[in-house]
Write a protein that binds this ligand. Structure first.
Ligand code: BTN
Length: 281
């Protein structure tokens, strides 16, 4: 059984532009791999808005090559997107999706905040409820989306983006095998299970609305800033083998994290693992 017993007809009846083609699997290695395989079959078979959901993932992946524990009860899904944006704009997808997921969670009663670049956390303690993984393919050449801008791919066409969302939904933090201070779930935040179709419908509708604003990215970033929990904080960032400490001051116009280093120099980071340090008292 896939997530919460979702059935394909019910998902199709949502009439979401992000669920034009729906694949529900009881078990997959990774919805990300399934969706990428489908995307490569071309836009006729796999249009913008192809949704893959897995009940369990045996090889779920997170960012930076990490394993993503995906037991039953979580919403593990990937979307094939074919946004009409330039390759250099592919890095907009993660922050845009983060805003969409955050708004969906607020609508469901969970006050999640975005930790740059792709985590949805719940206070107190900043426990992770959701992770986002956007992987782009530019003219059949898979590249990490953030690299596009720096490699002069401005004129290259963005083929597709596989947007993976891992949402700890109807399960207990202990089921994830993670320390309780690191992870939370919708069940533990709300004290009840969420209706799977309601959750999926809310998520798709919020994501679709945000993805329509990819061209109006400044507006997305304003919402991002309103939902964020990283800016203004002292942080430690691991980025491309380097460790940097400083204060997260803002996002750049393309969604890079602007870090003010001691001494005043500012750097823009497109990739990295952020640790929130304690605020000075
Ligand atoms: C992260 O926080 O590092 C991103 C986690 C993304 C996990 C989702 S679950 C659905 C999709 N399939 C995967 O293998 N990964 C993503």
């Amino acid at each position: 059984m896939t997530f919460g017993g979702l059935d394909r007809e019910a998902v199709e009846a949502l009439e979401s532009p992000l669920a034009r083609v729906v694949e529900l699997h009881e078990e997959v290695t990774s919805t990300q791999e399934v969706a990428r395989g489908l995307a490569r079959e071309g836009r006729e078979r796999t249009p913008h808005g192809t949704l893959v959901v897995g009940g369990v993932q045996t090889g779920g992946r997170g960012r930076l090559g990490r394993a993503w524990g995906s037991p039953r009860g979580g919403l593990w899904m990937s979307l094939v997107l074919r946004p009409r944006i330039r390759a250099e704009e592919a890095s907009r997808v993660t922050p845009t999706a983060a805003v969409g997921v955050a708004k969906a969670l607020w609508e469901l009663g969970v006050e999640a905040r975005i930790k740059w670049p792709n985590d949805l956390l719940v206070e107190p303690g900043g426990r992770k409820v959701c992770g986002i993984l956007a992987e782009s393919s530019i003219e059949n050449l898979p590249v990490a989306s953030k690299r596009a801008a720096s490699e002069g791919l401005e004129d290259r066409r963005l083929d597709f983006v596989v947007l993976g969302i891992g949402l700890n939904a109807n399960l207990d933090p202990a089921d994830l095998g993670l320390p309780e201070h690191e992870a939370t779930t919708l069940r533990s935040e709300l004290g009840r299970d969420v209706d799977p179709l309601d959750l999926l419908g809310t998520l798709l509708s919020r994501l679709d609305a945000e993805l329509h604003r990819l061209k109006d990215f400044e507006a997305v970033l304003d919402d991002w800033r309103a939902l964020d929990c990283t800016l203004g904080r002292p942080v430690k960032v691991q980025s491309f083998g380097e460790t940097l400490e400083g204060r997260a001051t803002d996002l750049s116009p393309e969604g890079a994290l602007v870090l003010a280093l001691p001494g005043g120099r500012k750097v823009e980071l497109y990739e990295g693992e952020v640790e929130h340090l304690r605020r000075e008292t």
